[in-house]
Structure formats: structure tokens, C-alpha cells
Write a protein that binds this ligand. Sequence first.
Ligand code: ASP
Length: 328
Amino acid sequence: MPDGLVFSASFAIDGPVILVHGGAWDIPDGAVEDHRDGLKTALAAGRRSLASGHSAVDVAADVVASMESHGAFDAGRGAMLNQDGRAQLDAGIMDGSCLDYGAVIAVERLKNPIRVARRLMDAGNGQVRILAGEGAERFAVAEAFTLIDNVDLISERERDRFEALRDRIGDVHTSQSFLPGVADRRSGGGHDTVGCVVRDARGHVAAATSTGGTPFKPPGRVGDSPLPGSGFYADGEAAVSCTGWGEAIAAVVLAHDVVRRILDDEDLELAMTSRLQAMHDRIRNPDGDGARGGLIALSGSAVAWAYSTPRMARAIWAPGLGTVHLEL
Ligand code: ASP
């Protein structure tokens, strides 16, 4: 792929719609079927949720919880492990109709972090929107969520990846050299953050994102995913969920930048591709490679995806359109 090239497409859809992603990177051929299954299962959960009359934000939580539980992705069960060999998870969600949001950061004992982030929107009473680590887990217990053991989040695939990385690179801080999609020199690859954007029958929109972060990250490292404006954002008719190099996405506040441009009537697809291109041009890793990533977005009348990595896992459902699994 030529340096910096962005792939994108948009669909004119003005009714209810669910658009999901399962990460943007060089997804190996052998992992494609599992990703497709995860996207399909998540869309089915979202359709059921929409059909029972849930609002966009509740549908978004159901969709992302499904992907957290699936195992194919770097979120929930199957998340990448940090340098301590533990899954440490981040998730955030936002309701475009009122700008309410909730996020949890660096949690280690929640099966579905997105559900706790969603609960924070209600139970936090607007006073508390983001909780990290043990504080988030204590809140979850107070809200009747069950804590699980960290090993229950760890898959064999990720245990093997962790052991290979530990043997190969010791305690190098890989987040600094991490670039989704380009030759992943030291980290060994794999960036399957999940997210969705939803428009419900009333025209309300929501965005949600959940991740285990980067491979072999130092404990406590936080990327873009749980930060409103960076990894997710929703306002009025516009919603965005991002994936990719978290430090770069946070630096350009990608989700908010794209939402603002949509609300300013910029073309949806152009807003997305130009921002990915700008991030790539502006932010480089120590080897001089431009930052890459992907995002999904919706405006009042369309949905779109764009990515600057070799592949992005993504799928759409809308009544009439049916389920569309895009080529991975
Ligand atoms: N953005 C995520 C992070 O930096 C990684 C990803 O999207 O795969 O934590």
C-alpha cells in the first residue's frame, strides 16, 4: 500500500443503522473468519436491541459487549496482555442527544467494561464520568456487577503472543513504536479494538469503543479508546468510533475533530479521510513512519468508514440494506 493512502466508502442511510468495527491493521488471513463471525454476532445483538426499542446508546453498549465477549478481538476476553501478563481494559460510550458519556480505564476484573461505562452515565449523575482501575471496579460492585478473575479474560492466543513478546523484546515500551498496519517490527502485531456507531428510530446517535490497548503495553498505559473526543465522540446527528495508534489519535483528538467537521456540513467521507491523512502526515514514530488508524462515522443521512491500514474489520446493518460484511 502506498504510504499514507486512505481507503474509504460511504452509504446513504437516513434511518436506523448500526456500523461496527473490529480494529484496523494487517489482519492475518487466518483471523479473518473469526473477525467476520464477531462482527456478525455483534450486529445480530444490535438488531435485537433496536427491535426491542432500546435507544442508540443502549444498542451501542449491547453491540460492543457482544464483541467484548466474542474472543476474536482485542477487547474483553481475548484482549492483548500488558507487560505484567494481565489484561487491562479501557472502554467509553457517548450519547449524541445529550453529550452524556461514561468511560472506564485500566480495569482488570470486568467481563464487559462497556456495560460499566454505560452504567456510569446514569449512576454517576453527571458528576462522575470516568473511573479508572480499582475505583471503577468498586463502582461496578456497588452497581451489582460481578468481578471476574483476570485469567478469565486471557485467551490462549494472547498468552502465546505475550510469551513470544516477552522472550523477544523484554521490557521495551512498545506503545511508542506501535503503528497499526505498518510492519510491526517489535510488537508482533494485532490491534483489534472494537467500536460502533448507532442511529436509532428517533434519530438519536451514539458511539462506543472498547479495547485491551496495545500489545505488551506497560501497565497503566492509556490510549485514545476511553477518552471522549479521541477514541469516540457523538454530538447531535454525528458519531465516530476510532481505532489505531492511540497516542497519535489522542494527539489529534480524532473523533471530535471529525464530528465537528460533520456538524459544520463537511462531506462525511472527506472529513474522515482528510483527518486520517493529516494525522499520518503530522505524527511519526521514531522510525519516521506516519501514524495510521481507522474510523467509522455517521452523519444525519449517511454512514462511512475510512482506514489507512492494510485491512479494517467492519460491517453495517440497516433495515432494507440487511447485514453487509465488508471485504476484510
Ligand atoms: N487505539 C487502541 C489503543 O491505542 C488500539 C487499537 O485501536 O487497536 O489503545
